[in-house]
Design a protein around this ligand. Structure first.
Ligand SMILES: NC(=O)C1=CN([C@@H]2O[C@H](COP(=O)(O)OP(=O)(O)OC[C@H]3O[C@@H](n4cnc5c(N)ncnc54)[C@H](O)[C@@H]3O)[C@@H](O)[C@H]2O)C=CC1
Ligand SMILES: O=C([O-])CC(=O)C(=O)O
Length: 275
């Protein structure tokens, strides 16, 4: 993979570019970012900061046609669920591999099916990185035996839930103890908390599906990390993982591991050892 495309120019793209530049054995041929008009300046600045160590050609596009004309071979969506809806099928139709981080978008069955069909038609692949969570490899393996129970609990400091429906349920500014404000299926979680329940959707797609995966979301004033807990019972293995993610410096809703897991996808397509 020599030509990388990225959709979005926010905190995750910054984490991605930092990690990819550090990990590359040699600069890429081209990195092209599809940005909104408002974030085009930020995208230019990010690319300028990484310079020749990242890629010989560094491009920012605000129109999808121009972005696709740069012929990216691998496209990393780091923008949000709306961007998956807006650009996903068109990217796959070019034959490029598309890695989606806003995995909650796939709770919409019609969209998921549309993306899978576009990938199949074009001989392309739709890739779902583990994102902020861990243990997805073990969960997929357990699914290949027989899953009995999968629960995901997402715990974040109260302010990380600002701008979500949790605001109407809790007084986030004065919360004194942990409060479970959502307990339901992964499908409801992904739809009601789109910026925060991508992990719920990832666990669902890797494991028991959107209806059978139980999700709890918690505002917790006693922590300053984003905690992800996945508990699995299956015919092959029972396990629990607990990951304490540091929030990204520019967006407390997003854990640093999410951008780093996208960096892993990129580097796995460049380095000879895939892990
Ligand atoms: N799978 C996972 O574990 C996680 C996934 N996410 C997803 O990653 C997304 C990005 O996270 P951050 O970078 O922290 O968000 P951010 O808000 O810092 O940046 C998002 C960027 O995408 C751009 N953007 C939005 N819609 C766009 C579109 N249609 N076309 C082009 N650019 C567009 C925005 O202008 C902004 O530059 C989140 O919205 C969330 O959906 C976030 C955390 C974890
Ligand atoms: O980054 C995180 O901690 C997880 C997150 O926001 C999500 O699941 O969408």
């Amino acid at each position: 993979m020599r030509r990388l495309g990225i959709i979005g120019a926010g905190g995750m793209t910054e984490t991605l570019l930092d990690a990819v530049t550090r990990g590359l054995p040699a600069p890429l041929e081209a990195v092209t970012i599809l940005a909104t008009r408002r974030s085009a300046g930020k995208a230019e600045a990010l690319l300028a900061r990484h310079g020749d160590a990242l890629a010989a050609a560094r491009l920012v596009r605000t129109e999808r046609a121009a972005f696709l004309a740069d012929a990216p071979q691998f496209v990393a969506e780091c923008a949000g669920q709306g961007a998956v809806r807006e650009h996903g099928v068109a990217v796959l139709e070019t034959g490029a591999e598309l890695a989606v981080i806003s995995i909650g978008a796939l709770a919409d069955e019609a969209l998921r099916l549309g993306l899978e069909q576009a990938a199949a038609r074009a001989g392309a692949r739709l890739v779902l990185p583990p994102g902020a969570v861990g243990g997805i490899d073990a969960l997929v393996a357990a699914r290949l035996s027989r899953l009995e129970e999968v629960t995901y609990t997402g715990r974040k400091p109260p302010l990380a839930w600002k701008g979500t429906p949790a605001e109407a349920l809790l007084d986030l500014a004065t919360l004194a103890e942990p409060a479970i404000f959502f307990d339901g299926t992964a499908r409801e979680a992904a739809i009601r908390y789109p910026q925060n329940a991508n992990v719920a959707a990832t666990v669902a797609l890797a494991g028991a599906g959107f209806e059978a995966t139980r999700v709890r979301l918690v505002a917790d004033p006693t922590i300053n990390r984003n905690l992800h807990e996945v508990a699995v019972r299956s015919a092959a293995a029972d396990f629990t993982i607990r990951l304490e993610g540091r929030p990204s410096p520019t967006n407390p809703k997003t854990s640093l591991t999410a951008g780093l897991s996208m960096a892993r996808e990129v580097l796995n397509r460049v380095l000879p050892l895939v892990v």
